[in-house]
Design a protein around this ligand. Structure first.
Ligand code: GDG
Length: 458
C-alpha cells in the first residue's frame, strides 16, 4: 500500500495525553497515517523571527513522521494572519466587507506555499499519495507539479466555497482557481460548495465540467466531490456518558440548580453568529417570560486569531453584549448568560453538551460545524436534548432532526429556542434517533476512507 502524506497549516502532534485530548479530525488522520505509514507536514505555529527557518524538525511516532517548520515573522503576518485569515477566510464566508486585500499579503501566500513545497519535496517518494488540507495551502499542488511531482494529490476544503460573484471580488481569484485545478481530487463539505466551485470555473470559461464531478481546466483533468466531514461518533458518545461523573460537570450541574441549560460552543469568530445568537436568547426571554429564571445560557467561546484586528474587536463586542443582556434581563438571583472566553477540556465539554436541553448552533456561514454533530452524539438516548441549527451550516444538510433557523432572523431563532425547550420527550427522541443513526454511519473514519479511496482511484 502506498504511503500517505498529509499537509496542513497546523499539525496535531500527539502529546502524552493521546487521543482523548485531540479532536476527531486529528484522530482520524492519525489513524489513516498509522494504517499506511506516512508523513504529516505543516507549520509548527512558531516564528523564526527575521531569520530563515531552521530545517524541518522531524519526530517519529511508530510509522508516522511529523515534519514541522517554523515561518519567518513576516510570513506569519502576511501569509497566515494576512492573506489566509483576512482575505480567504472572510471571502469564503461571504464577508466581502471584512476582506483586506494587500499585494504583499497575496505575494506572501504564494511564496509560503512554494516554501512548503520545497521543504516537503525531499520527503516525497514516487508512489506516495498526498492529501492537502484547507484554504492556507491551495497553491501547494501547483508548486509540486512545477517541480515535476506526478503523485496523486488531493485537497479537502474545510470551509465553504463561495459563488462566482463573491469569489471574483478577490484580485487573485484566477490564480486560486488555477491552484485548485492542479489537484487530482477536490473535496468540499457539501454539494452546494461543489456547485459553487463548478460555477466559478464556468463563469469565466476557465474550465468545463465534462460530466458530474469531472472537470478539465488549465490543461488538467480532475474530479470534485462532496465529502461531509464527520466526528468519531461512537467514541464521543461513550466519552459523554462517562463525563457525567466528572467533578467539573457535576459542579456545573449543581450550579444551574435545576434550570434548563442552553449551550453554545464556538471559536470566537464572526462567522459563528454569536452576537445574533445572544440577541435571539434575549428575545426568547422577553417573548416568553415564563422562562425567566428557569434557563441558563452557557456560551463557551475560546479566543482565536486574536492578532487579527477583526477578532480582537469581536472579543470586546461579544463580552459587552453578554454583559448588556445580563444587565437588562437578569435578576438579583439569576445570571441568564454565562460567558466563558477560554477553552475547556474535551471531557468536560462532552459532559456539558449532555447536560444541555438545547444545543444552540447558529453560524452565519460554516463549512460543516462539528459542534452540532458533537452535541447530538453526546445526548442521553432516553432523554435527548434538541439541536437548534443554522440553515447556513454545512451540517444542516445532514442533521434532519434539528430545528433549522435563519440566524439573521432573531425572532425566528427565539421561537425555535422556545420550541426546543418545550419539546415533548417523544418528539425529542424521534428527532435525535434519526440524527444519531446518520452520524454513527457517517463518522470521521468513513469520511477519511472515502476520500482516500476516491483519490487513489485513477
Ligand atoms: C473548521 C470549519 C468545519 C470549541 N471550543 C472548545 C473546543 N472546541 C472544538 C469543538 C469542535 C471544534 O473545536 C470546532 O469545530 P467546528 O467545526 O465547529 O468549527 P471550526 O473550528 O471553525 O472548524 C468548520 C471544521 O473545520 C472541520 O472540517 O466543520 O465548518 O470552520 O470539535 O468541540 N474543544 C475544547 N474546548 C473548547 O472550549 N476541548
Amino acid at each position: 500500500m502506498s504511503r500517505l502524506i498529509i499537509v496542513s497549516n497546523r499539525v496535531s502532534v500527539p502529546d502524552n495525553q493521546g487521543a482523548a485530548a485531540a479532536g476527531g479530525l486529528a484522530v482520524a488522520l492519525q489513524a489513516a497515517l498509522a494504517e499506511r505509514g506516512g508523513v504529516w507536514m505543516g507549520w509548527s505555529g512558531k516564528s523564526s523571527g527575521d531569520v530563515e527557518p531552521e530545517p524541518l524538525v522531524l519526530t517519529e511516532d511508530g510509522n508516522i513522521t511529523y515534519a514541522l517548520t517554523d515561518l519567518t515573522q513576516t510570513d506569519v503576518e502576511e501569509y497566515y494572519q494576512g492573506f489566509a485569515n483576512r482575505v480567504l477566510w472572510p471571502i469564503c464566508h461571504y464577508r466581502l466587507d471584512l476582506a483586506e486585500y494587500g499585494r504583499k499579503e497575496m505575494a506572501s501566500y504564494f511564496r509560503v506555499n512554494r516554501f512548503f513545497a520545497h521543504r516537503l519535496a525531499p520527503l516525497v517518494e514516487p508512489d506516495d499519495i498526498i492529501w492537502v488540507h484547507d484554504y492556507h495551502l491551495i497553491p501547494l499542488a501547483a508548486e509540486l507539479r512545477q517541480m515535476g511531482f506526478k503523485n496523486r494529490i488531493g485537497f479537502f476544503l474545510h470551509i465553504p466555497w463561495p459563488p462566482a460573484d463573491v469569489l471574483f471580488t478577490m484580485p487573485v481569484h484566477e490564480e486560486i482557481m488555477r491552484g485548485l485545478s492542479s489537484y487530482d481530487l477536490l473535496g468540499f463539505q457539501t454539494k452546494y460548495d461543489l456547485e459553487n466551485f463548478a460555477g466559478c470555473l464556468k463563469r469565466e470559461c476557465m474550465g468545463v465540467e465534462n460530466s458530474p464531478g469531472h472537470f478539465s481546466a488549465h490543461g488538467h483533468n480532475f474530479r470534485g466531490g462532496a465529502y461531509s466531514i464527520g466526528i468519531e461518533t461512537a467514541a464521543f458518545a461513550a466519552f459523554a456518558r462517562k463525563a457525567a461523573a466528572h467533578s467539573m460537570v457535576r459542579k456545573a450541574q449543581q450550579s444551574i440548580e435545576g434550570r434548563d441549560l442552553i449551550i453554545g460552543v464556538d471559536r470566537l469568530d464572526y462567522s459563528k453568529g454569536i452576537t445574533q445568537r445572544i440577541d435571539a436568547f434575549e428575545r426568547f426571554i422577553v417573548n416568553n417570560p415564563a422562562h425567566q429564571r428557569r434557563v441558563t445560557y452557557l456560551q463557551i467561546t475560546p479566543k482565536s486569531r486574536s492578532e487579527v484586528p477583526e477578532y480582537e474587536a469581536m472579543q470586546h463586542a461579544v463580552a459587552e453584549q453578554a454583559g448588556r443582556v445580563n444587565g437588562a434581563i437578569g435578576t438579583v438571583d439569576w445570571v441568564p448568560i454565562r460567558y466563558i472566553n477560554r477553552s475547556i477540556s474535551r471531557p468536560v465539554l462532552a459532559g456539558l453538551y449532555r447536560l444541555a436541553k438545547v444545543g444552540l448552533v447558529t453560524p452565519l456561514r460554516d463549512g460543516m460545524n462539528l459542534v452540532a454533530k458533537e452535541y447530538v452524539a453526546a445526548q442521553d438516548p432516553d432523554d435527548p436534548g434538541v439541536l437548534v441549527l443554522s440553515r447556513f451550516a454545512g451540517s444542516a444538510r445532514e442533521l434532519k432532526g434539528a430545528l433549522l433557523v435563519n440566524p439573521y432572523d432573531v425572532d425566528g431563532t427565539a421561537n425555535a429556542l422556545a420550541r426546543g425547550i418545550n419539546m415533548p420527550l417523544e418528539e425529542r427522541r424521534e428527532r435525535w434517533r434519526g440524527m444519531m443513526d446518520h452520524l454513527l454511519e457517517n463518522d470521521v473514519s468513513r469520511w477519511c476512507d472515502t476520500f482516500l479511496a476516491d483519490l487513489r482511484a485513477e
